[in-house]
Design a protein around this ligand. Structure first.
Ligand code: HEM
Length: 348
């Protein structure tokens, strides 16, 4: 089905972002059980699963144009949201190739790619119809693009992208385009290793989650991407919730009341995928953010019930880390009205 874009919606200022009925129904609701705890929740990234967002390698939806515009605003204000360490140039081109190949194959009505070859030096032409872009360039020659190849292609994709260099049986966060993150800083984390950048996460280290996850990630093979969901909550449909802009969005947490929480509080779900890149052997980590207000979510009765139970039983250290403590009781009280106490089948 062709995507009907909503080019004028906003993720700041008047926050006019909303989900259509179709977007609510395809929302990647992340809770298969009534309780939530961190786990190594990874599975093959294949076109099957509970949500239509898994249909393609890189999901494009009705918010595409508006999200790319919001990303451009954030980059204009803070160019440091895109950083690439010098040894990551090969991985940059790997990322451009993967995204252009995938988007043009999966959404031919919106994106086209023609090439004279796949080696460096080949001539490529890229057409992005929703954003009105046509660009001819030499694959491998950044001087033929308006900016670096990683920045060029990730400006035209929804969500954030990290590239991890793999060496010494470890992963290092050596490149990123990060404009819609859940309160972590690329500028602070760039160059860190897997355990270092996960340092602030509570409970998961002790449970061995990161040790097992790292072993799994080091073995990921080209052509066999994997995925996992992560979640938090955000006041207003705001993409840019970085520590750098905390003064702009942090105080909103104190603005929630029983009357406005259904409209203002959003479940923020990240579809995280992991892709082995062919030339560099680096690992690409796209983080695609989906936002839905409580009022939108409770339109699916089993989601309202489940979210009510998950939030009511959330371990306090997780609530604190995710920044929910201040408004959690108001959210739980609001959602209780949507829980009749009956059992819900396992799964989403
Ligand atoms: C949180 C990056 C893979 C589990 C985070 C944070 C970052 C991050 C930057 C925020 C840390 C902070 O508070 O400053 C990445 C990158 C990955 C990756 C670049 C790619 C290799 C994984 C995997 C798992 C995982 C495979 C699987 C278990 C978590 C968890 C959190 C977290 C549980 C806490 C999230 C929350 O409660 O909202 N990650 N991560 N990460 N990561 Fe990862």
């Amino acid at each position: 089905m062709s995507i009907v874009f909503k080019p004028d919606e906003t993720f700041r200022g008047d926050y006019s972002y909303r989900n259509s009925d179709e977007a609510i129904l395809r929302f990647p609701f992340p809770f298969p059980d009534d309780q939530y705890m961190y786990s190594v929740n990874m599975e093959p990234h294949q076109p099957k699963g509970a949500s239509a967002v898994y249909e393609h390698g890189f999901d494009v939806d009705e918010h595409y144009i508006a999200e790319c515009r919001d990303k451009a605003i954030t980059l204009e204000r803070d160019p440091g949201r895109c950083q690439v360490l010098p040894h990551m140039q090969m991985a940059e081109w790997d990322t451009l190739e993967l995204l252009m190949d995938s988007l043009s194959a999966d959404y031919p009505e919106h994106f086209s790619l023609s090439k004279t070859g796949t080696d460096f030096g080949a001539h490529w032409t890229w057409i992005n119809r929703p954003l009105g872009i046509e660009q001819s360039f030499v694959f491998g020659d950044a001087a033929t693009l308006p900016c670096g190849s990683f920045e060029y292609i990730t400006r035209q994709a929804q969500g954030d992208f990290a590239i991890c260099d793999q060496r010494e049986d470890n992963l290092f966060l050596d490149a990123g385009m990060v404009t819609s993150q859940a309160d972590w800083s690329l500028d602070f984390n760039v160059g860190m290793s897997f355990m270092q950048w996960h340092g602030p996460v509570p409970l998961a280290h002790q449970a061995g989650v990161f040790e097992r996850a790292l072993k799994y990630l080091l073995m990921i093979r080209q052509g066999q991407p994997v995925r996992r969901l992560n979640w938090t909550m955000t006041v207003n449909p705001r993409l840019d919730t970085a520590p750098e802009t905390f003064p702009e969005w942090g105080p909103d947490r104190a603005s929630l009341t029983p009357e406005n929480i259904g409209r203002k509080l959003h479940l923020r779900v990240e579809l995280q995928t992991l892709w082995r890149l062919p030339r560099s052997n680096a690992l690409l980590f796209p983080i695609r953010c989906y936002l839905a207000s409580l009022d939108e979510l409770v339109r699916v009765p089993k989601w309202g019930k489940r979210l009510s139970r998950v939030l009511a039983t959330l371990p306090p250290p997780l609530a604190e880390y995710k920044g929910l403590s201040r408004f959690l009781p108001t959210a739980v009280a609001y959602l209780a009205a949507f829980d009749d106490g009956s059992a819900i089948s396992k799964g989403t």
